[in-house]
Design a protein around this ligand. Structure first.
Ligand code: ATP
Ligand code: MG
Length: 420
């Protein structure tokens, strides 16, 4: 019997983990700089955490992995925000903590989508949530944090697309206008758009099947339905972005795939011509009702999520490679009857913080040198039977080929010297 990873999932192999680890470490460092701390929520939650009443998004309606145990229904998390806000409310972070609370998460998400490049069924997201206070400057700062991560991965060909959905009043007026506009044309739109018309006509603008339909292009623009407050909020977001030197494009049609957004929404996209389905690297926005939904007070929040597979693959396309090295610094070779001395030497080196590999499998001298080379060792320690009798070993610098005999007591100092 042989098995493969389920469709839409993949193994991260040892050759790729250094890149992942370096990316993750860099992200944690950026979070430290921006004063975000990590929260780790369960990978599955009560289905109702994700599936909120009247939610019209594809993610909730078509893409969730839901399972029942007894009378309970659970869902593998398709996104991070809902779980984080659930936790924020469950632990009553809204009382007694300094607000806004700045949280980040990193881990696997699950969506039953059609797999293709940049789209998996299990994928990894890093995301932030800034909860408790509404401010245009917070929105701009969050975008800056995301852009800083993209930049540190060596990615330059991206653009920030931004829009506002306005406050509740503006959006309600706009929804009404969209419904009036789309109703006579509904038979020209896809089946899902029929449902969207009833649940949330804004969603029609985000439809992938109808993206090129001229009916969509002719739809009324949200801009014309924004009230003064919403306009002012958006103006200040853009002003803050200008101040931070972040270039952006206003995209009138940007509504985002999730239902809970208000005011600012944004997507950061690759501008590489071949990026296709993986064009969006990260996306997010402000939400005004989630904290309340999970039982807390009325409080605003904002966040975004980066797809780390997409981030890494774009970075690699632009030539990024990890600096981290999985190489051995020292390789300890044994020659003749030397007992467990090589093993002990390696152990001592490791205690000194030096990555040491030691031959433990009785290979020929030639094979051991080959192995040392394959492991990328900078320094080779050769423990030979005759030298050992005099309390000595040989040490070789593999960069310049120089070799010395040193007393065992001097080995650590000499090795460190060679490693530089
Ligand atoms: P898309 O329009 O590409 O379906 P989305 O709007 O569903 O994206 P979000 O829910 O905003 O995406 O998730 C944020 C980020 O997570 C995306 O920009 C993307 O980088 C990543 N992402 C989302 N779905 C997937 C997936 N199935 N596979 C890999 N990455 C994904
Ligand atoms: Mg999607």
């Amino acid at each position: 019997m042989s098995y493969q990873t389920p469709r839409g999932t993949y193994d991260i192999l040892p050759e790729q983990t250094p890149a992942w680890q370096e990316m993750e470490e860099m992200i944690r460092e950026v979070c430290r700089l921006y004063r975000y701390t990590e929260i780790r929520t369960p990978v599955f939650e009560d289905t109702r955490v994700f599936k909120r009443e009247n939610d019209s998004s594809d993610m909730v309606n078509k893409e969730m992995y839901t399972f029942e145990t007894g009378h309970d229904s659970y869902t593998l998390r398709p996104e991070g925000t809902a779980g984080v806000i659930r936790a924020f409310d469950q632990h009553k972070f809204y009382g007694g903590r300094e607000l806004p609370m700045r949280l980040y998460y990193m881990g696997p998400m699950f969506r039953h989508e059609r797999p293709q490049k940049g789209r998996q069924r299990q994928f990894t997201q890093f995301g932030i949530e800034n909860i408790g206070v509404s401010s245009p400057e917070i929105d701009a700062e969050a975008i800056a944090l995301g852009c800083s991560i993209v930049k540190r991965m060596g990615i330059s060909s991206v653009k920030v697309c931004i829009n506002t959905l306005g406050d509740d009043a503006s959006r309600d007026a706009y929804r009404k206008a969209l419904k009036e506009y789309f109703t006579p044309h509904i038979d020209e739109l896809c089946g899902d758009c029929h449902r969207r018309l009833e649940q949330n006509p804004l969603r029609i603008l985000d439809c992938k099947a109808d993206a090129d339909n001229p009916i969509l292009a002719g739809a009324p623009s949200l801009r014309d339905y924004l009230n003064e407050e919403s306009r002012e909020y958006f103006r200040r977001v853009l002003e803050a972005l200008d101040a931070l030197g972040i270039a952006y494009e206003i995209d009138d049609r940007l509504v985002r795939g999730l239902d809970y957004y208000t005011h600012t929404v944004f997507e950061v996209k690759s501008t590489r011509p071949d990026s296709g389905a993986q064009a969006t690297v990260f996306a997010g926005g402000r939400y005004d009702h989630l904290v309340e939904y999970f039982g807390g007070p009325k409080m605003s929040g904002m966040g975004f999520a980066i797809g780390l597979e997409r981030l890494l693959s774009l970075a690699e396309e632009e030539g990024w490679t990890p600096k981290n090295s999985e190489k051995a610094q020292v390789y300890v070779i044994s020659l003749g009857e030397v007992g467990s001395v090589p093993l002990k030497i390696a152990e001592t080196l490791r205690k000194e913080g030096i990555a040491a590999e030691v031959n433990l499998v009785g290979r020929s001298l030639k094979a051991q040198f080959k192995s040392a080379e394959r492991n990328g060792a900078e320094v080779i320690v050769i423990v030979g039977e005759s030298e050992l009798k005099e309390g000595k070993v040989n040490i070789k610098n593999s960069r310049d080929g120089q070799q010395f005999t040193v007393a065992l007591e001097e080995l650590i100092t000499k090795t460190k010297e060679m490693l530089g």
